[in-house]
Design a protein around this ligand. Structure first.
Ligand code: NAP
Ligand code: ZN
Length: 345
């Protein structure tokens, strides 16, 4: 076993505190990764607070992991010691079902999440707010050393979650794309939308984010609480990607889609939506969702980011300030992702 240090919530809603634990030995197909950076996703808050389902505690959150390979299993072929790699939201799946075979490992019924989950032996998994992790090499991704490594960490979740649906729906030149919520996922969705050639509009509840939105590359900005601004874009968008973490009314956004427009939800607020039947019937609207992405898609996204020089806008934090960072993230006070420098652990 490998002695490991981390920061855990010992129970739901509790503040994170230092917690030592053991990782499994490096198996034949595993790599041991020294974690360099870990992003702080809004999902970490949903999990610590049991907002979706009762969590497994002590919980070490973190599924936006970038690190260096320090040990390689006897039969692991993909990586060598010293390679820079990434780990996203899951670390295993059955590898045999239809979803695994079709590159949708994330939807495999035996998918093992990076934390707040149980591995095939029934043991809890622990995430990236820690100094080491042991992962099967097949669930470990290559990272280009051309990219700023701290700013690359958020790509492992926020990146692939927004890249996957934009590619699936072939969003690109000639399309108007609306991005709802300029947070961790939203600001990366803007960068991808722009890189893919779409005309991108940010819809934000925070008017003070307009200058940032434009700097990131957005062509337009709508303050979503301003009824006049919302009316001005009625019936005009091909695609909308909703990245909002809080419960909100989506009907006004469905109305700004043009005929056959597609509403892609990636946010995970806890309450069900209420959708007006008229808002989807009139204009043949499509409402769809997207969960994370497959391993091949995640690798494609990382390679796309290396080619197009896309990384997250980040604020690097010391792990001892993680509780303050989680509070700030919850009230929307982050530009645009916190990343923990694990050297501070
Ligand atoms: P985040 O950084 O907190 O960003 C969320 C943004 O939502 C905020 O910046 C804010 O943008 C907007 N917002 C917050 N409260 C709002 C409200 N009451 N009404 C309208 N807008 C509001 O969170 P994140 O890390 O990007 O995650 C976003 C959501 O995606 C979370 O629910 C997370 O769990 C989920 N998620 C899903 C997947 C997946 O596989 N589908 C993967 C990762 C994360 P403005 O200030 O611009 O309005
Ligand atoms: Zn995440």
């Amino acid at each position: 076993m490998t002695a490991t240090k981390g920061y855990a919530a010992l129970n739901t809603n509790e503040k994170l505190a230092p917690w030592n634990f053991e990782r499994r030995e490096v198996g034949n197909h595993d790599v041991q990764i020294e974690i360099l950076y870990c992003g702080v996703c809004h999902t970490d808050i949903h999990n610590i607070k049991n907002e979706w389902f009762p969590g497994i505690f002590p919980m070490i959150p973190g599924h936006e992991i970038v690190g260096r390979v320090v040990k390689v299993g006897d039969n692991a072929k993909k990586f060598k010691i010293g390679d820079i790699v990434g780990v996203g939201t899951y670390v295993d799946s059955c590898r045999e079902c239809e979803d695994c075979k079709n590159g949708h490992e994330v939807f495999c019924l035996q998918n093992v999440q990076t934390y707040n989950s149980r591995d095939k032996n029934g043991l809890p998994t622990y995430g990236g707010y820690s100094n080491y992790i042991v992962v099967d090499e097949d669930y470990t991704l290559r990272i280009s050393e051309k990219l700023n490594l701290a700013a690359t960490a958020p790509l492992l979740c926020a990146g692939v979650t927004t890249y996957s649906p934009l590619r699936k729906w072939k969003v690109g030149k000639g399309h108007k794309l609306g991005v709802i919520g300029l947070g961790g996922l939203g600001h990366i969705a803007v960068k991808f939308g722009v890189a893919l050639g779409a005309e991108v509009t940010v819809f934000s509840t925070s008017p003070e984010k307009e200058a940032d939105a434009k700097k990131i590359g957005a062509h337009h900005f709508i303050a979503s609480k301003d009824q006049e601004q919302m009316k001005s874009v009625f019936h005009s968008f091909d695609f909308i990607i909703d990245t909002v973490s809080a419960n909100h009314n989506i009907n006004p956004y469905i109305e700004i889609l043009r005929t056959n427009g597609v509403y892609i939800n990636v946010g995970l607020p806890s309450k069900p939506w209420e959708i007006s039947s008229f808002s989807v019937v009139v204009g043949n609207k499509v409402i769809t969702g997207s969960g994370h992405g497959g391993l091949d898609e995640a690798q494609e996204m990382l390679d796309f980011c290396a080619e197009n020089n896309i990384v997250s806008d980040i604020e690097i934090i010391d792990i001892k300030n993680i509780n303050e960072a989680l509070e700030r993230l919850e009230r929307g006070d982050v530009r645009y992702r916190f990343v923990i420098d694990m050297a501070t652990l």
